[in-house]
Design a protein around this ligand. Sequence first.
Ligand SMILES: Cc1cc2nc3c(=O)[nH]c(=O)nc-3n(C[C@H](O)[C@H](O)[C@H](O)COP(=O)(O)OP(=O)(O)OC[C@H]3O[C@@H](n4cnc5c(N)ncnc54)[C@H](O)[C@@H]3O)c2cc1C
Length: 754
Amino acid sequence: MLRRSLLSRKALAYASAGTIVVTGGGYYFLNSGPAYPASTRESRKPPPPWLPPTREQNLNVLKASGSGDEDTKLDILIVGGGATGAGVAVDAASRGLKVALVERDDFSSGTSSKSTKLVHGGVRYLQKAVMELDYEQYKLVREALHERRIFLQTAPYLSHMLPIMLPIYKYWQIPYYWAGCKMYDVLAGKENMESSYLMSKGKALETFPMLKSEGLVGALVYYDGQHNDARMNIALVMTAVKLGATVANKVEVMQLLKDPDGKIEGARVRDNLTGDEWEVKARGVINATGPFSDSLLTMDNPSHKPIVQPSSGVHITLPNYYSPRTMGLLDPATSDGRVIFFLPWEGNTIAGTTDSPAPVENEPRAAEDEIRWVLEEVRRYLSPDIKVRRGDVLSAWSGLRPLVRNPSASNTEGLVRNHMIYVSPSGLLTIAGGKWTTYRAMAQETVDEAVKVFGLESRTTNECVTEQVRLVGSDAWNRNMFIGLIQRYGVDTEVAKHLSDNYGDRAWTVLSLAQPTGEAWPLYGIRLAPQYPYIEAEVRYAVRHEYALTATDVVARRLRLSFLNAQAAFEALPRVVDIMAEELNWSTAHKQEELARTTRFLQSMGLPPGATLPVPAPLYRGWWEWARTKIDSIAGAKKALSTSNGRAQFAPGEVDSLREAFVERSRDPTGRLGKAAIHELLLALPAYANVRTKDFEYVLEETGLGGKKDIDVDEFVEICAELKEVSAAPVTRAIIKNLNLRRAIPVEKSGGGV
Ligand SMILES: Cc1cc2nc3c(=O)[nH]c(=O)nc-3n(C[C@H](O)[C@H](O)[C@H](O)COP(=O)(O)OP(=O)(O)OC[C@H]3O[C@@H](n4cnc5c(N)ncnc54)[C@H](O)[C@@H]3O)c2cc1C
């Protein structure tokens, strides 16, 4: 009887269906996740050599376009060399159009090097889409998830998956977050990276030991992409060049040229290095100037109403001990509605939070109150045994987000959700807004529109192909390529990985420019900063192969040293300038100018204002290194409050002197002193004699010792450490006031791109 019912048709049908579902599900699971390019023998070999045209050749093409000859005239002139402009250049060039791109500063010097570096659909936007039943928002997330997959395939060496943890502090949040993350996975469909999963409290703390355990109930982990934004931007520019585009950094559009009918026919540009000006003629001009879109629109029509509402997002870089190497953390809804994230990036941790309204500036700086505010937010998430110090901020930067309003829309309509393409009556095509993740789709739409508006149908060779165009460096790259680099050149593993991840198959060319170290190991790869894997050969490569023209171009965008550690970039600067001088024949005066200019730039990224280069660049190495260590050890405590180091730390022996001073006063190693006595003791110490009462009180609050009656020797040392940080970045009344004010500001658009 049982046998008969087990073998009945119905039972067999159920069993077969079950087997098919399980097999299908298993197959889907095993084949889900990112598709990595296959490893081949080819990826052990350098790719064919390729040298891009020189800047001079590029300028000649731009100059020839103004000659009046139809053959030399450009099809499209793109203004702006950020993600948007570079993406448009790749798209237009890959359709066979004669295209040029001009950038007034450096490629990626604007917002595109200052993003959160996520390649993402936006979990927070999905939350908004669901909570507010907002179909448009839902479509944007879907599109971004689709682009995320293409992004990771077209530039596989520059981008990777990043697991991001959402800490959960309330039991009811578990189903809510779980459903949200699963919906994110489902929306990505077959383009998903890895499925999200739930973690117990114990597992969460094991993975992210820095996390505050109090009140934690568990965590959800979901996956998004991460990239190196400025290097991605350079890869786009170089890909466009390889496809035939002409590009020029440090060339600024000064004026738009119009024909007698008032239609745009080109632009007057200026070479910002030499001051030369000339006319560039093109069948159409695309305004891809991001937060500066209004300046070009005003050149076109002086009575134009501004469309950009900039908001700035501040990021800080912290040492790598603030996050695990391979897991980020994000809280999409803090108690007051803001967002906080810490993400591992290029060996350090970047943290950031809410955007705030800001004016349009060429070099926006992260204000001290904003830096402190991010630190305060970070502190709330970390275990109390981790002291979040101002001195741990290695670099800080501010990026301007161009929120745009469509000028053709009625006044009541709000800001554009994503990006906006607008064609002025003169034919100027403006593309603004959007995000890094969707640069390719934005470029496709822009060039589709440009082909129509500029009448370029007959000049294109094909439709958009950028879903398949792999960026320079991708073709012969695979994840094991770095092993070949080590075996061929004898570079250390960290350097080989760094080169492979930042240059793809071009890493072979970088290493072909490397000098021997003269040591037993590594054989090649002289580092520019001892704690980072950047090597001298990269500077030569940046000049010869990536149009780096100034030391700032190198330390900020070809290498990312200034974003990782402004002080380390400052210390590497003399050597960078020396190498560039060899490559570009700079005079001594030019070198000094470069040093001064780049030092100012590094100050905008958090280098203390007092920092000066101690000796002229050529003498820097060798005796100065030796002299500096001597001076450091002799000066000891006297240097306690020096501001020349970005990260205020105790000099050797200083802590012992402080302990001795405390014990002398308390007459007992385990004794305690009241706050007034501590203050007096500090004022009696030469290195702390100038401590202001205001700073002392601030530090007592910061260290949580304000409420204590008396203080022991360890707490005293902690106060001294904090005072050193305060002296490196003084706290003003305005900062304290702003911090309090900020806490009260409800923010709608936040998260530095998250
Ligand atoms: C804080 C922050 C975090 C972000 N995080 C993310 C993220 O994690 N993921 C994501 O997908 N997106 C993110 N974004 C969005 C993304 O960074 C931007 O959408 C993108 O970088 C904008 O690029 P763009 O080319 O339009 O602008 P920009 O990069 O600013 O480029 C415009 C360029 O035009 C040049 N220019 C201006 N005037 C002229 C002229 N007259 N002549 C020649 N050149 C000119 C400028 O010098 C500038 O280089 C973030 C944005 C911000 C602000």
